[in-house]
Design a protein. Sequence first.
Length: 135
Amino acid sequence: MKGANKFLISLIIPAIFLVGIFSFYQTANAADLCQTGDRMCVSDRTFKSCGDYNNDGSLEWSESYSCFLGQYCSSGRCYDPNVTITPAPPSCTNACSANQKQCSTNGQYQLCGNYDTDTCLEWSTSYTCPTGQTC
């Protein structure tokens, strides 16, 4: 009986390890339909934003969201026609490349995208890796 248990354990541990690697590979190579932080107008008063809304590791467009009453949608954002918008700074430098991922502190990871008001790409806040995966 002891020999059978050792045999089963010798099969189970590598199998768990391989499943973890395969899951990480699928997550890292999932087919994204958009980039984190992307937004798009669906009509002059509705928009969609990009994110992992079904928790499958790939990015997709959200359902449509409505702008507040009296606002209009432009470049994926809602604006009040009575408010003057200050233009973005004239230039900036990308800190990373689109769709790029990197490991950060404590085994977490970051995604490259536009997370602020300028037009340049920067690193996101750190995200925790899925259970059983490390960065």
